[in-house]
Design a protein around this ligand. Structure first.
Ligand SMILES: [Fe+2]
Ligand SMILES: [Fe+2]
Length: 213
């Protein structure tokens, strides 16, 4: 006799499988921070301006802390922080290329050229670092439960520092270029003196430079 009771729904596919792009972002988040440590260690060797060296030393310490935060977050997402993936490999090579470029600048350039190269390399590294954490912030808002909590707490710990890393170093790169071109420069840059920590404030600081000269 046929069973007329309603069939139980088929078991759902395992839900702990993350979308590929999310897995890639998590590994690149960690790898960017790890590469950032190497970028800062090399950039510090290129720094000529005392205030800039001091700033990068502070950013190095913060980035070392971010490595731990990113590592814990990767594990909280159910991923192995030591696993190797293509996205992670590409990200590591990007960081290594920045270190190589600064070493080359130290070998063949003047101290001022090496410092400028380092400022541009830090901006490149921090553009990616900043974008990674911004995406983690977006994800946190769309997530629920413990994962949302872990993502949100991690972003909270780093976001202000990431704003400083990017916007302040952009200011240094711009003003050091102005100085190198023989133009009036605001050193330390207004991003520094105005304690910029948002894109809007960075735009305002840039706007204000002419008045500060
Ligand atoms: Fe960072
Ligand atoms: Fe950073």
């Amino acid at each position: 006799m046929p069973n007329k009771t309603k069939a139980a729904p088929a078991p759902r596919a395992a839900t702990n499988k993350l979308p590929d792009g999310l897995t890639d972002l998590m590994y690149q988040l960690l790898e960017t921070e790890m590469g950032g440590v190497q970028v800062y260690r090399t950039a510090i060797q290129c720094a000529v301006h005392d205030d800039l060296r001091e700033e990068w030393n502070e950013y190095l310490m913060q980035t070392e802390r971010h490595v731990g935060i990113a590592r814990d977050l990767v594990a909280a997402m159910g991923l192995d922080p030591d696993a190797e993936t293509p996205a992670r490999t590409l990200c590591r090579h990007n960081g290594q290329s920045l270190v190589k470029l600064m070493m080359e600048a130290l070998a063949i350039g003047t101290p001022a050229q090496a410092q400028l190269t380092a400022a541009e390399c830090v901006v490149a590294a921090e553009t990616k670092d900043h974008a990674n954490w911004e995406l983690i912030g977006l994800l946190a808002k769309k997530s629920e439960g413990a994962i949302a909590g872990a993502l949100g707490a991690a972003v909270e710990q780093v976001e202000n520092e990431e704003d400083h890393h990017l916007y302040h170093t952009q200011g240094w790169a711009r003003e050091l270029w102005a100085e190198a071109m023989g133009l009036p420069a605001v050193l330390p840059p207004p991003e520094e003196t105005q304690d910029v920590d948002t894109a809007k404030e960075a735009a305002d600081a840039k706007e204000s430079r002419d008045a500060l000269i």
